[in-house]
Ligand binder design. Structure first.
Ligand SMILES: [Zn+2]
Length: 339
């Protein structure tokens, strides 16, 4: 799979037909990754992608590429390193450099589970970070490539409580892409989120990917367990089914939902489909698209598929235009105190 650096005519036409009237003129992208490939090492999980993605995706390149998908929109966001397993000082410093002088942009720094909380506190202050980003992969106990899958990790294994305490002290967001097979339908995930949210009320938790709702049934099943939490938000990045987004709006109200692209994932072509108790990403080169009998089938940008689902969810939950503007900008503006 390759990151699209140009948009096809059929994709442009689809945007105009289905999405142009839906997407507001100002957008805050609550989940977008920036990087420079010099941050990758042969051990890093991003390394195998290096030939398929631009050498550097800084804020300028993000705005150029995201602007192909969202033409004419003012684009700001919460930016997260892509090289999550790169040198923390380097990748976090890169994000800080990108958002400095951008009053409507914010940065999230990578935190590794073994980081000293004092270091996190100092770096967040020094780099003026608005948020933290944890990742299950960083809880790997042995060397990269070793057989230590992290997809079943409990949240405290990659987001230890002392780091949550720092977020609470500093009023930081934490972008959490939870794992385990059943995601939000998993009792361990529910308990950890509730515990952190209730014990650390000044920490603001952003449950990425509609609470990892790539299989919407998990978010639909589990979201009631989080009802009433006052410091939990959701981004809908890279979600290509509408059920999880609807469940969020129904349980938490549209004020807790934020648009996110998951750039650069938004610029792969394909989509995610729920299958059984899990999900599968279908990419340009992972499926034989010619087996579609009825037409010359071409996958489109993940980001466009995701926007279509957000639109459908907005329609099913009867959001007004003003509420859609909240999802795309105002909810984030309140959370991040944008001026
Ligand atoms: Zn992401």
């Amino acid at each position: 799979m390759k990151v699209a650096t140009e948009i096809r005519d059929d994709e442009r036409a689809l945007f105009q037909r289905e999405l142009d009237a839906f997407v507001p003129s100002v957008v805050f992208d609550a989940h977008a990754h920036l990087y420079d490939q010099s941050q990758f090492t042969p051990d890093s999980f991003a390394w195998p992608q290096r030939d398929d993605i631009p050498a550097r995706a800084d804020l300028t390149e993000y705005r150029r590429l995201a602007g192909l998908m969202l033409p004419g929109r003012r684009l700001d966001g919460l930016f997260i390193p892509m090289a999550l397993d790169g040198d923390p000082a380097t990748v976090n410093g890169f994000i800080a450099d990108q958002v400095r002088g951008e009053p409507r942009c914010r940065g999230a720094m990578v935190v590794r589970p073994d980081m000293d909380p004092d270091y996190v506190r100092q770096e967040a202050g020094r780099l003026r970070m608005a948020g933290l980003k944890c990742y299950h992969f960083l809880s790997k106990r042995s060397g990269p490539g070793a057989s230590d899958p992290t997809w079943e990790r409990e949240i405290p294994e990659y987001l230890p409580e002392p780091i949550v305490r720092v977020a609470d002290e500093l009023g930081l967001t934490i972008t959490l892409h939870m794992v385990k097979l059943r995601a939000l339908a998993d009792a361990g995930n529910q308990q950890a989120i509730r515990h952190y949210a209730e014990r650390y009320p000044n920490m603001r938790l952003i449950l990425a990917h509609a609470a990892r709702g790539f299989n919407p049934h998990h978010t639909i099943e589990g979201i009631a367990a989080l009802a009433g939490l006052r410091n939990v938000w959701f981004d809908c990045s890279a979600v290509t089914d509408c059920g999880a987004i609807e469940a969020i709006v129904e349980t938490f109200g549209h004020e807790r939902l934020m648009y996110g692209s998951d750039f650069h994932v938004s610029h792969f072509r394909g989509r995610c489909v729920a299958i059984g108790e899990s999900f599968l990403w279908l990419y340009e080169d992972s499926v034989d698209w010619s087996t579609a009998m009825q037409t010359d089938l071409q996958p489109i940008l993940v980001g466009l598929e995701s926007l279509r689902c957000l639109k459908l969810a907005a329609r099913h939950t009867h959001l007004t235009d003003a509420q859609v503007e909240d999802v795309f900008y105002n909810n984030a503006a309140r959370l991040f105190e944008l001026t």
